[in-house]
Design a protein around this ligand. Structure first.
Ligand code: URA
Length: 196
């Protein structure tokens, strides 16, 4: 991670942050991107969903989760009575597409982290849902597996975090859909408890 700029990023407002991301050259992923993918949704949302990194469609369109995985994510949100853009903000750990959709390298995720941290600070969500291993491991600073992280409440910057499978994984892995459903139930129960 480059230390320079991190403190400064933590002071930016939304429009400054968005401009900073779109011009970002903090890591090598800037070289091959078509568009940065900043994030989308309600900037005062109670829910924040955090994925891994843009794929091909997201890189083309500049918006997170617009491909097939995004359609499943829309269904997952419906299960939580959330619609895209209403009470939910969606972002990724990494704002630029890794070539060939490989996983982001640790240094790439670290370079991008100040942006996500600032987004969380600006949105101030009540609850974060980490989508998949890369999101969970980066947010929670752990090497633990999804199966060991799901089913309980973690914290990121004092915000409760629920871990579940990535929708792109669930598209290939029908047998884990029931577990993902249970994760969404835990997220919903945790949210309701926060309101109570
Ligand atoms: N997968 C992700 O993790 N994020 C996206 O935006 C799209 C696919």
């Amino acid at each position: 991670a480059r230390a320079d700029g991190e403190g400064e990023i933590a002071m930016l407002d939304w429009s400054e942050l968005e401009a900073r991301v779109s011009a970002c050259e903090r890591c090598r992923l800037c070289e091959k991107r078509t568009n940065t993918v900043f994030g989308v949704g309600d900037r005062a949302a109670e829910w924040m969903l955090i994925g891994e990194a843009p794929g091909e469609n997201e890189d083309k369109q500049g918006e997170p989760f617009v491909g097939q995985a995004g359609r499943l994510l829309d269904s997952m949100m419906r299960a939580l009575a959330l619609a895209r853009g209403e009470n939910v903000y969606i972002a990724n750990v990494v704002k630029c597409r890794p070539p060939g959709n490989r996983n982001p390298e640790p240094d790439e995720a670290a370079s991008c982290e100040p942006y996500l941290r600032r987004q969380v600070a600006l949105v101030k969500p009540r609850l974060i849902v980490a989508l998949g291993r890369v999101a969970a491991q980066n947010l929670l600073k752990t090497d633990a597996s999804i199966s060991s992280l799901r089913g309980r409440v973690h914290r990121y910057e004092d915000v409760p975090v629920i871990v579940t499978y990535h929708p792109a994984y669930l598209l290939r892995s029908l047998q884990d859909k029931a577990k993902a459903w249970a994760d969404l139930c835990l997220a919903d129960a945790t949210y309701r408890e926060l309101l109570a």
